[in-house]
Structure formats: C-alpha cells, structure tokens
Write a protein that binds this ligand. Structure first.
Ligand SMILES: NC(=O)c1ccc[n+]([C@@H]2O[C@H](COP(=O)([O-])OP(=O)(O)OC[C@H]3O[C@@H](n4cnc5c(N)ncnc54)[C@H](OP(=O)(O)O)[C@@H]3O)[C@@H](O)[C@H]2O)c1
Length: 306
C-alpha cells in the first residue's frame, strides 16, 4: 500500500510517501481501506519527537480515518467486509496516513450515509476529545457559563458547539480572522486574544475548556468560580490553586460509544461540521506545516481514495 511514514524524528521534511507493507487483520481486528484521514496536532508532535523519541521505525502517523472494511479478523461479528466505518487509532499504534489500516473492530463504528468519508475522518479525534472533555470531565449543564479557549481549532470548534447544545452560555477566544467563524458556530461572546486579555473580561465561569496550553492554560483558574472545573488537552493539567477548583485531564480513550455520540450530534444538527481543507496524501508535509503553525481554522483532511 501507499503510505506516509518517517524513519527518524524531525521536521515536516522527514515525511516520506511510498510503499509500506499491507496490514493484516489479527484476531478482533478489521482492515479498513482508507478513503480519508485527517491531520491532528498529535501527528506533528509525534513526528517531531515532542513526546519523546519514536520507538519503532518506519512509523506511519495519523489518528482518525474513514473508509471501507476490506478484511475481518477472527472473532469479529458486528462489522463485516464492505461496511463503511470511521474511527480513531490508538496513540501507540501505526496510524492512518495510508491506503489501509488495521484496527480493533471494537473501536470503529459505522459511518452514516449522510456523512462523506472526508467529513467522518475530520470528526473522529476532535469529536471524541470534545465529548470526553465537555460531557465527561467538565460535566457542562444548562445555564452554566463555559470558556472555550481557541474556538477556531478542531477540538474547540466541536467543544463550543457541544457546550452550547447542552444549554451553556459559551465564551471563546480566537484571533481577529476567526471571529466570524466562531460566531457562526454559535459562540455567545468572542474575545480576540490579541486585543483583549481574557482574564480582564471574563469571570465566574463554571467551566474552562483549554485547548491552547502554556500561559493561557495556567490563567484558567483566574476566571473560574469556586467549585468550577477546568479541563486541559494541550499539555499537562496545571495544578489548581484552590481545593474546590478541579484541574482535569480528560480521558480520551478510544471507545465506539464516543464515535456514536459524534454521529448523533452531527446528524441531528446539534454540531456543525468544521471548515475542511483537503490535501493529497503525498502532500502531508505541507499539511503538517499548516497544522504546526497553530492558527488553523477547522480541519485538514487527506483524500486518500475517490
Ligand atoms: N487526547 C488529547 O489529549 C488531545 C486530543 C486532540 C487534540 N489535543 C491537543 O489539543 C490541542 C488543540 O488541538 P486542535 O486539533 O483543536 O488544534 P488546531 O485545530 O491546530 O487549532 C489550534 C487553534 O488554536 C488557536 N490559538 C492559537 N493560539 C491561541 C491563543 N493564544 N488563544 C486562543 N486561541 C489560540 C488557533 O486559532 P487562531 O488562528 O484564531 O489563533 C487555532 O485555531 C493540540 O495541542 C492537540 O495536540 C489533545
């Protein structure tokens, strides 16, 4: 199969496009012929060695995909050859910047006909992460005020819409170019972080969802009310300065239930699709440069097959 892979950690230039062995379906697994795969921050962090050196080369990056099942391993009874599925591979495994991937059947789900492969591939990791953050970790409820940091990004754009759907008042931050975009997703209040310091204009939030990290993450507690909850997905959760303010690292375990919740939210219209820009798999380095620039609007998706 054709795949994008790297033989050492480094910049986008270490990404190569060429032949790699076809994966096989071990017990409990399916092989999926990939139609689309998306780019996530995790992909360039792993490529660069940000999380430490990669243990095994060649490594194929990529977490979320959509495609058609082409082989089924022993013991798989609920997914069959020919099913359209989407999912998110485990962080420890080879990824899906490829024409095929092997994955445990238990962590894929059927793709609804209303979503194209490109749309489904765009939603896997961002939807899963937003759901475990907003619903499980932050436990957002109607009437609450929620600050979502970095609203134009993939995870935050899903997260802000989900918080809104649950009945919260949603404040978000972004740069000037993305103000209209985040408003179109339903944000009630938008802060251009280059013009205003969010700690000066926001207070008494019930929850903060931080996708930005660094100093922005550390300042979350300045705008949280006592008893509030903050969740962090870009780097470790900072230590909470008060016993009654929770500092949480959401559990982004791959589960079919999370994927089914994505389908429910998107097909019901509660969550709109992110803005999607498509790339050819052979152009992975260019896509990484854009993602790594940290000012992405929506999602970058590889169109792997027609
Ligand atoms: N399981 C997990 O823990 C998990 C899962 C998924 C993602 N993540 C991590 O979460 C982070 C976000 O992922 P993503 O895929 O949503 O990112 P993304 O799509 O690349 O978006 C990054 C966004 O951050 C915004 N931004 C940059 N600096 C900002 C600032 N100072 N204040 C507010 N917004 C700012 C940018 O918008 P502007 O252009 O408007 O600045 C951009 O839209 C990444 O670090 C990723 O690795 C973790």
């Amino acid at each position: 199969m054709k795949a994008v892979y790297f033989l050492k950690n480094g910049g986008p230039e270490v990404l190569q496009y060429g032949e790699q062995p076809d994966p096989i379906a071990n017990e409990g697994q399916v092989v999926v012929d990939i139609h689309a795969a998306s780019v996530n921050g995790a992909d360039w962090k792993i490529r660069s060695g940000y999380h430490g050196p990669t243990q095994k080369f060649p490594h194929i990056p990529g977490r979320d995909f959509s495609g058609i099942v082409s082989a089924v391993g022993q013991g798989v009874t609920d997914i069959k050859t020919g099913d359209a599925v989407f999912g998110v591979v485990e962080a420890s495994d080879d990824g899906c910047y490829a024409e095929k991937v092997a994955i445990n059947a238990a962590i894929v789900t059927k793709k609804p006909a209303q979503l194209s492969h490109i749309e489904a591939a765009a939603l896997g990791l961002i939807g899963l992460t937003a759901i475990v953050s907003i619903e499980n970790a932050l436990q957002v409820k109607a009437g609450q005020t929620v600050l979502v940091q970095g609203g134009a990004g993939g995870v935050a754009s899903f997260g802000l819409q989900l918080a809104k759907h649950l009945g919260a008042r949603v404040i978000t931050t972004c740069s000037a170019a993305n103000v209209d975009y985040v408003k179109s997703l339903g944000a009630d209040q938008v802060i251009d972080y280059n013009k205003e310091d969010f700690t000066q204009v926001v207070k008494d939030c019930d929850a903060v969802f931080d996708t930005v990290g660094g100093e922005v993450a550390k300042n979350a507690f300045k705008v949280l009310k006592r008893g509030g909850r903050a969740a962090f997905i870009n780097g470790p959760a900072p230590t909470s300065p008060h016993e009654d303010m929770a500092s949480l690292k959401p559990d982004a375990s791959r589960k079919r239930a999370h994927l089914d919740r994505i389908v429910q939210l998107v097909t019901s219209g509660a969550v709109k699709l992110p803005q999607i820009t498509t790339y050819a798999l052979a152009d992975a380095a260019a896509a990484h440069r854009v993602s790594e620039g940290r000012h992405l609007r929506g999602k970058l998706v590889f169109k792997v097959r027609e």
